[in-house]
Design a protein around this ligand. Structure first.
Ligand code: DX5
Ligand code: ZN
Length: 216
């Protein structure tokens, strides 16, 4: 089974991002999770295309881009050019979901779709048939790091079951929000394989040890 950790750099020391990235590389982190917020889709603003382009020049790590923006379709080409390896956008955004999936498929990037806590599993089912790489099940309301975990085990199980029953055995399920050594076993038991973690990883003294705990 796939067992990956994607570090959300939203909680990192942003003025020393390069050394933070070196720390991720030497701590066994698999992916860099890059949260893009536009202040409209979510009540917060983070960073965007020029910052991603700089990161991509400095590391070979897999860049897992999470778009929390109103009109993702408009920016797929820009994030691709800036070095994204995976582009995940929200099913609740204003862009047409199928069109956005197709636009990502026209690039070299992997496609992910994300669902907020109130969005039911069934809402993502029709798009799993579009050969997605990943479904992101939010375990907090998107917008901020450091929030408390919401248990989405039932949703994860439903998505896993649907994917397996329809032959999409390779579909990855990612979780994002409030993931630490206590909550990781809960989401993994339900079938999540890619764990995003921000505040937990960046606050511990020994990141490699924390990554080991998340991977179990
Ligand atoms: C929240 C972001 C997350 C956030 C996770 O909207 O999508 O990626 O950085 O942070 P923690 O792990 O602190 O909940
Ligand atoms: Zn995220």
């Amino acid at each position: 089974m796939v067992n990956l950790v994607s570090a959300s750099i939203l909680s990192s020391d942003l003025l020393n991002l390069e050394s933070e990235i070196r720390k991720l590389e030497s701590s066994g982190v698999d992916w860099i999770h890059f949260d893009v917020m536009d202040g409209v889709f979510v009540p917060n603003i983070s960073y965007g295309i020029p910052v991603l382009a700089q990161i991509s020049k400095k590391t070979d790590m897999f860049l897992d881009v999470h778009l929390m923006i109103t009109d993702p379709l408009k920016y797929i080409g820009d994030f691709d050019k800036a070095g994204a390896d995976m582009i995940t956008f929200h099913i609740e955004s204003a862009s047409d979901t199928t069109e956005t999936i197709r636009a990502i498929q026209q690039t070299e990037c992997n496609v992910g779709i994300a669902a907020k806590p109130d969005t039911p599993a069934e809402a993502v089912f029709p798009y799993i048939d579009e050969h997605l790489t990943m479904v992101l099940v939010m375990t907090v309301e998107p917008g901020f790091g450091g929030q408390s975990f919401m248990d989405m085990s039932e949703k994860i199980r439903k998505i896993r079951r649907y994917a397996d029953e329809h032959g999409f055995h390779d579909l990855l399920i990612q979780v994002d929000g409030g993931i630490d050594d206590k909550t990781a076993p809960i989401v993994k038991k339900a079938g999540a394989e890619v764990l995003v973690s921000g505040s937990y990883l960046f606050k511990v003294d020994n990141m490699a040890d924390a990554v080991g705990k998340l991977k179990g």
